[in-house]
Design a binder for this molecule. Structure first.
Ligand code: SAM
Ligand code: DTB
Ligand code: SF4
Length: 330
């Protein structure tokens, strides 16, 4: 194990795109890693601000993909019913509520392998309406063609969320219906369209430390790092492959210190990115969340729901922010 000075020197010399440097960060004593991450965080961000995003599932369930963690896959027996794409008016009223509750970004998620051409006009209208309300817009709709990415960009979409989810090596144990390369291809189209990239993954799916290193290495190896990096802790949903496999085996899920460690390494290797402490906060203690904020997480999903699972809710988050002296950021 190298000491902090040697790791810092390696970073200064070789940058943080080398796998070896990322592995060395993971190996640091926890408090040294936190100190380093906090120092990076102070240099690049307002240290006590946490940005709030609100999620809305605009098209729930019935998805043809087989992502092992997801309640919305047709392969899951989670009880989530397939619904059709929401109307623009209903999306606008949810966005108004999100804005009133202090969110600055509204993220619309659809359970699709990819959007159909017939859905595009409605999706573009949603983007324009959310933008007109003074909110940042984000969508996550699955794979995109270049023409679809360009049309969303033209409509004013600020961010597109498309996760690599895990390491290239572990990926095929989680999803078989589309490849890691498919994800990279969509990310390249999003980047080419001028939309900012939101890309991260899930911890606690049974992956190893090496997978977490390779996952972060894949993110920093993109032609440009994502502007926004959601780090999710697996929400084990009964009826999903991973939910059923991991139910009752808490050890298989991510250890809170290891999760905070992953946040800290992400903060150091992607200093300018927003790192979002995403799904999984409901099962985390206040202290575990505080560690993640200390490690450099500076965004959360606010509100009672994520897509199909519960989230901490506004009053719990307000109380936590009060305890920690955090303020909602822009
Ligand atoms: N269908 C689109 C797609 O997969 O690109 C968008 C929605 S999908 C639900 C967005 C992301 O949410 C996934 O890539 C995954 O990282 C995360 N996610 C889904 N279910 C989760 C769960 N049970 N626990 C943690 N994260 C989850
Ligand atoms: C992301 O990385 N996490 C969000 C968002 N992108 C779309 C989704 C979390 C979903 C958690 C499980 C659910 O509510 O179904
Ligand atoms: Fe479909 Fe997205 Fe769920 Fe995968 S994560 S099953 S693509 S909704």
């Amino acid at each position: 194990m190298q000491g902090t000075d040697a790791v810092q020197e390696g970073l200064d010399r070789k940058g943080c795109k080398e796998r070896e440097q990322i592995a060395a960060l993971f190996d640091l004593p926890f408090f040294d890693l936190l100190m380093m991450a906090r120092s990076v965080h102070h240099s690049y961000h307002r240290p006590n601000e946490v940005q709030l995003s609100t999620l809305l599932s605009i098209k729930t369930g019935g998805c043809a993909e087989d992502c092992g963690y997801c309640s919305q896959s047709v392969a899951a027996e989670s009880g989530v019913k397939a619904e059709k794409l929401m109307d623009v008016e209903a999306v606008i009223s949810a966005a108004a509520e999100a804005k009133a509750s202090g969110s600055t970004r509204f993220c619309m998620g659809a359970a699709w392998r990819e959007p159909k051409e017939r859905d595009m006009p409605k999706l573009l209208e949603m983007v324009r309406s959310v933008k007109a309300m003074g909110l940042e817009s984000c969508m996550t709709l699955g794979m995109l063609t270049q023409a679809q990415a360009d049309a969303l960009s033209e409509a004013g979409l600020d961010y597109y969320n498309h996760n690599i989810d895990t390491s290239p090596e572990f990926y095929s144990q989680v999803i078989t219906t589309r490849t890691f390369q498919d994800r990279l291809d969509t990310l390249a189209r999003v980047r080419a369209s001028g939309i900012s990239v939101c890309c991260g993954g899930i911890m606690g799916m049974g992956e190893t430390r090496d997978d977490r290193i390779d996952f972060l290495h894949a993110l920093v190896s993109l032609p440009q790092p994502p502007e926004s990096v959601p780090l999710n802790a697996l929400v084990p949903i009964p009826g999903t492959v991973l939910g059923d496999m991991l139910a009752g085996t808490p050890m298989a899920q991510i250890d809170e210190i290891e999760f905070a460690r992953t946040v800290a390494v992400a903060r150091i290797v992607m200093p300018e990115s927003i790192v979002r402490l995403s799904a999984g906060r409901e099962s985390m203690s206040d202290s575990a969340q505080a560690l993640c904020f200390l490690a450099g997480a500076n965004s959360i999903f606010s509100g009672d729901r994520l897509l199909t699972t519960p989230n901490n809710g506004q009053s719990a988050d307000a109380a936590l922010f009060q305890k920690l002296g955090l303020t909602p950021g822009s």
